[in-house]
Unconditional design. Sequence first.
Length: 401
Amino acid sequence: MNSLRLKPGKEKSLLRRHPWVFDGAIATGEGGGMGGAEAGETVRIESHDGQFLGWAAYSPQSKIRARVWSFDEAQCIDASFFIAACAESIRARSLFDIQSDGLRLIHGESDGLPGLVVDRYGDTLVAQFSSCGSERFKGVIVDALLKQTGLTRLYERSDAGVRSLEGLPEATGWLAGSGSTDIILTEHDWKLSLDVASGHKTGFYLDQRDSRHKFSQYARRMAFKRVLNCYSYTGGFTVAALKGGAAHVTSIDSSGPAIERAAANVALNGFDASRTTMMDADVNAALRQFLKDGVTFDAIVLDPPKFAPTAFHAERAARAYKDINRLALMLLEPGGALFTYSCSGGISADLFHKIVAGAGLDAGVDAYITERMGGAPDHPMTVTFPEGEYLKGLVLVKMRA
């Protein structure tokens, strides 16, 4: 069994049960090297004086050099460990009111399985193995998932960019079963079509499920007439608004295929296409054109892609977030609602609040914060892994002059 010894003082995060060991924390020279450890191999993490800290998966190329499986010295990291860990994660989902046949079953570090994401879409599982450790135990994990869910179809979407940082090639395709990758998801009071082979993430943004429901409730209560859904992707918020009774929804996304599927999702739910406008366009440019033309809306959704993957990108991302929120607040009718989000791990909830506040000052408007939103409960954050809080949102109602 290979051991990895840390530099003095670098054991503090592990003692707080944070699961990451960065390369800079590892001692060099005698006692600190990894010898012949292979990618994904389980290694013993020790403090500088030899104290046991955890069992972790070794990654020779990543800045995150090891990801902890267990802090229990008596724990054996074998097939039975992964069978039990998958079972516990799936069991925990019974605690949540999901109201959908699409849910996240395993959420990486937050479920004690670093580098592993598993979503269920109806009768199909989709798994993403993004670390050397999860890749090494892929076969055991796949077998456990199929047995514990009773499903026969599992599609792999290990095509996230983080795999390259681990020295792993992209991998996609059926690991079990076969057939069409097009799926119709039931969520709350509506249906949404998706393609698990080509859709974003594992096929769809399940983490925004509760926010879509909340937006539908606001549409019903506030009787939205003109809604603008920015970065609309395949129209989840669009369908939710229409279901809530919104008179008309304009959806903007720079992906033509996403806009086409958004239109299909409108039709899937029986809504008249005349209640929507689908725009294959750049959001920032469209917002500026609306402002120039004097177009306003009484509800706007801003759900952009990740502007800041890490804190290193936060300053540049903050400017981008501020600009789109400034434009949105200027386009919003007094008394209207803005649902604004950041899915950037490098932007904290506190910083996002400050960015939106600055946007309001620049726009010359004030607004009530009526809700704070986050990921759906099947995308949990734990007390020992705050990085799990990647999605944060604010619901604002613009004050009347």
